[in-house]
Ligand binder design. Structure first.
Ligand code: GLU
Length: 288
C-alpha cells in the first residue's frame, strides 16, 4: 500500500512542452522520493480545445521521457456524470446560481463597482426572481453556473475564515475571494476544471498535489470546494514555472519547444531532463 499519491494532470489541448515536462518531472519525482505513486490523469473536459491526437501525444511523450504510471488512466470526459452530481449537490444546498451575464456585462459591472481595483466578479447575494429566471431559461438565454461565495460563507459560518492549506510545508489561509464567484459549469461544458479536478483528487486518493504556481489561486477555491463537499485536503507543492532564456514562461503556442519538436530535432530524453534541471537550478540561484 502506497501512502503518497501524486498526479500529473495535463489537458490535451496542445502538445506538451518543456514546461509540462518539468512539472511532470516534479510530480513523478516527488512520488519516487517518497516511495509513492504518481497517477496520470487526462483533463479533457474542454472538448472545444482538446483533441485525441494531443492525448495520444501525451502518452507517447511521457513514456519517451521515461515516466511510468498505473493503468487505467482516468479521462475526465468518461466521467461527466460524476461531475454533474457534484454540481447537483451544490445546487441542492443553494450554493450555485445561474449567471446570465455576458463577459462584457461582467467586466462593466466590475468597472462600475465603487472601489474598483480589478477584483474578480462577485454576484448578487439574493437569488434571481424565480419567474424571471425560468423565463430566461425558456428563452434559451445562455448562462453559467457560478459558485456563490456569499452563500458558501453563510453555509460554513466561522469555518469559512478558517480554511487553510499547506503549500511547500507552509500554512496558507484560503481566500476564495481571490477568484470571486467562479464559473462551475457552462451550458456547453457541464462542469469546470475546479469541480472535475477536486472531485478526482478526492476520488483517486491524491495526498500531494505538485503543480505550477500559476494554479495557486485556484487552490483557494479548491480548498473551499473540499470543505463544502467533505473531501480530504491534500498537501500542495506549487512550483515555479520553467522560463526561457529571456525569463518568459513556456506556453503551448511556443511550437518549437514542444517535446515532439525537440525530439525531432535530435534531443534525447537525457537532454530534456538536463535542460529542466539546469533551468530549476538557475531559478533557485536567482531566488538567492
Ligand atoms: N489540467 C491542468 C492544466 O493542464 C492542470 C491541473 C492541475 O494540475 O491541477 O493546466
Amino acid at each position: 500500500m502506497n501512502d503518497i499519491v501524486t498526479r500529473f494532470a495535463p489537458s490535451p489541448s496542445g502538445y506538451l512542452h518543456l514546461g509540462h515536462a518539468a512539472s511532470a518531472a516534479k510530480a513523478f519525482g516527488y512520488a519516487r522520493e517518497h516511495d509513492g505513486i504518481c497517477l496520470l490523469r487526462i483533463e479533457d473536459i474542454d472538448t472545444t480545445r482538446c483533441k485525441p491526437e494531443f492525448e495520444r501525444a501525451i502518452y507517447e511523450d511521457l513514456a519517451w521521457l521515461g515516466f511510468k504510471w498505473p493503468s487505467p488512466v482516468r479521462r475526465q470526459t468518461d466521467h461527466l456524470a460524476d461531475y454533474g452530481a457534484v454540481l447537483d449537490k451544490l445546487r441542492d444546498i443553494g450554493l450555485v446560481y445561474r449567471c446570465f451575464k455576458t463577459r462584457k456585462e461582467i467586466l462593466n459591472d466590475i468597472a462600475r463597482a465603487p472601489h474598483y481595483s480589478g477584483e474578480p466578479y462577485t454576484g448578487p447575494h439574493e437569488p434571481m426572481d424565480a419567474g424571471l429566471e425560468q423565463e430566461l431559461v425558456a428563452e434559451g438565454k445562455p448562462y453559467a453556473w457560478r459558485l456563490s461565495l456569499y452563500r458558501a460563507q453563510e453555509h460554513l459560518g466561522r469555518q469559512y475564515n478558517r480554511l487553510a492549506f499547506t503549500d511547500n510545508g507552509e500554512k496558507i489561509r484560503a481566500v476564495p475571494a481571490v477568484l470571486g464567484d467562479v464559473v462551475l459549469a457552462r451550458k456547453d461544458v457541464g462542469t469546470s476544471y475546479h469541480i472535475a479536478c477536486c472531485h478526482d483528487d478526492a476520488l483517486q486518493g491524491v495526498t500531494d498535489i505538485v503543480r505550477g504556481v500559476d494554479l495557486l489561486e485556484s487552490t483557494h477555491i479548491h480548498r473551499l470546494l473540499q470543505e463544502l463537499m467533505g473531501w480530504p485536503v491534500p498537501c500542495h507543492h506549487h512550483h515555479a514555472l520553467l522560463t526561457d532564456a529571456a525569463g518568459k514562461r513556456y506556453a503551448k503556442r511556443d511550437k518549437s519547444l514542444t517535446l515532439r519538436a525537440l525530439r525531432q530535432s535530435g534531443a534525447t530524453p537525457d537532454n530534456i531532463h538536463e535542460n529542466i534541471q539546469a533551468n530549476i537550478l538557475a531559478q533557485a540561484q536567482e531566488l538567492g
